[in-house]
Ligand binder design. Structure first.
Ligand SMILES: O=C(O)/C=C/C(=O)CC(=O)CC(=O)O
Ligand code: CA
Ligand code: MG
Length: 420
């Protein structure tokens, strides 16, 4: 498969990918639906006539694609997402002259990514964050609760999660203000109030729910993929000192709800299908509603880089892989609805921090520096235990195809000083 658009060998967005996002430009500041191809964006509102000719199942393309979120498109369901994707691959193909040889339409339809502003891809009604990496849960549990209580007994039986805060989810490139809150200055001291001194990132991915389920209904495991629209990178910024003091007995609250960053391009499950692999062996076997015996993990290589304040260089902090996750995306979605909880188009589910079994694949500074016991060295004598003001964190990820990448672009954010 080859496009008439030039795609560099290291592009995250070849014709095999075609992720969906919401963008605007200076000439046309109205946010609308686009698809990334190479270093360009195909503006779907510019080719609605082609949709009318070729994808007649899609009833009002001009309405669906002129929205400032993907929610409308997501709610149409998987057969229409797939028909749209097939059509886009066809119209972008080097063998198809319809768009390739129509200079006037090409002028209108393509926008350089570097001149576009990206927006949140969806209006996120509800956001849930899971805790699905056994290595991460064990590491954090050990630091917060001690070695003997590291992994709670329920953890191997169900995908543990908590309800997060959707209002503070932002798109890549948005600055995050350091949170203030209560923390213990030392063990057995009363709490003090002030800026978090242990600000951290969490390397995560997240899936967008496409079509939802009605209240009281549940999504069965063999239907789960029909409900998942696609995946993004996610950084669940975490204030470890606020978290450690507040989270018992109910779990994460102000330590995590001040900001969560996601990447702008939603990569569809169809684009990721060639990268399905077996996940870790689940022992004990999960209850039958969570049971799947087909490959359900995705081989997605992940990396986190940091550029400390006053440095010009990024340093890689960790390399991990989505396939390390103990609980699959399908199991997370199925468990979320097993009690009849309804999901809606645009709901976002974070996977939880993705740590591997080695020290260089840990998905947070909490684990990398072991709660600040060790320091990370950067250029020019700069050292870090946690994130300082004006430090920048960038997450990236891709699948390695045969001669192409299926990439997610970047999920970046810089920390601004706390409000006085
Ligand atoms: O209660 C704990 O031990 C820790 C909870 C979390 O850190 C929640 C979280 O964000 C989970 C994750 O990212 O894996
Ligand atoms: Ca998290
Ligand atoms: Mg968060």
């Amino acid at each position: 498969m080859k496009s008439f658009i030039q795609i560099s060998f290291d592009s995250h967005f070849p014709i095999q990918n075609l992720p969906f996002g919401i963008f605007s430009t200076q000439q046309n500041p109205t946010p609308r639906v686009g698809v990334a191809i190479g270093d360009q964006i195909l503006d779907l509102t510019a080719i609605t006539v082609l949709f009318e000719h070729h994808v007649s199942e899609l009833k009002s393309p001009s309405n669906v694609f002129s929205q400032s979120s993907l929610n409308s498109f997501m709610s149409l369901g998987k057969p229409l997402w797939q028909a749209t994707r097939r059509f886009l691959q066809n119209i972008l193909s080097n063998d198809n002259p319809e768009l390739r040889d129509n200079d006037q339409l090409r002028q209108k339809a393509f926008v350089a990514q570097k001149s576009a502003k990206m927006h949140l891809p969806a209006q996120i009604g509800d956001y849930t964050d899971f805790y699905a990496s056994k290595e991460h849960a064990t590491n954090v549990g050990e630091m917060f609760r001690g070695k003997d209580n590291a992994l709670m007994p329920n953890w191997v039986h169900l995908p543990v999660g908590y309800h997060g805060r959707s209002s503070s989810i932002v798109v890549s490139g948005t600055d995050i203000v350091r949170p203030c809150g209560q923390r213990l200055p030392a063990k057995d001291h009363p709490p003090i109030f002030g800026p978090s001194a242990k600000l951290d990132f969490e390397l995560e991915m997240a899936f967008f729910v496409g079509s939802g389920n009605k209240p009281g209904e549940r999504i069965p495991i063999d239907q789960a993929n029909k409900h998942i629209f696609g995946l993004v990178l996610m950084n669940d910024w975490s204030a470890r000192d606020i978290q450690a003091w507040e989270y018992v007995p109910l779990g994460p609250f102000l330590g995590k709800n001040f900001g969560t960053t996601i990447s702008p391009w939603v990569v569809t499950l169809d684009a990721l299908e060639p990268f399905l692999v077996n996940g870790p062996t689940q022992d004990p076997a999960p209850l039958s509603y969570l049971n799947h015996d087909v490959p359900s993990a995705y081989n997605i290589q992940l990396e986190v880089k940091m550029k400390p304040n006053k440095s010009d260089f990024f340093k890689t902090l960790t390399r991990s892989n989505l396939k390390y996750m103990y609980w699959s995306l399908k199991q997370q979605l199925v468990h979320h609805t097993v009690n009849g909880c309804n999901m809606r188009p645009g709901d976002l589910c974070g996977t939880g921090t993705i740590s591997g079994s080695t020290e260089d694949s840990r998905g947070s500074l909490l684990e990398i520096t072991w709660n600040g016991q060790n320091e990370i060295d950067f250029e020019n004598g700069i050292k870090r235990k946690f994130i300082e003001d004006k430090d920048e964190i960038v997450l990236t990820g891709y699948c390695q195809g045969d001669g192409y990448l299926i990439g997610f672009g970047e999920c970046s954010g810089k920390i601004l000083p706390a409000l006085q």
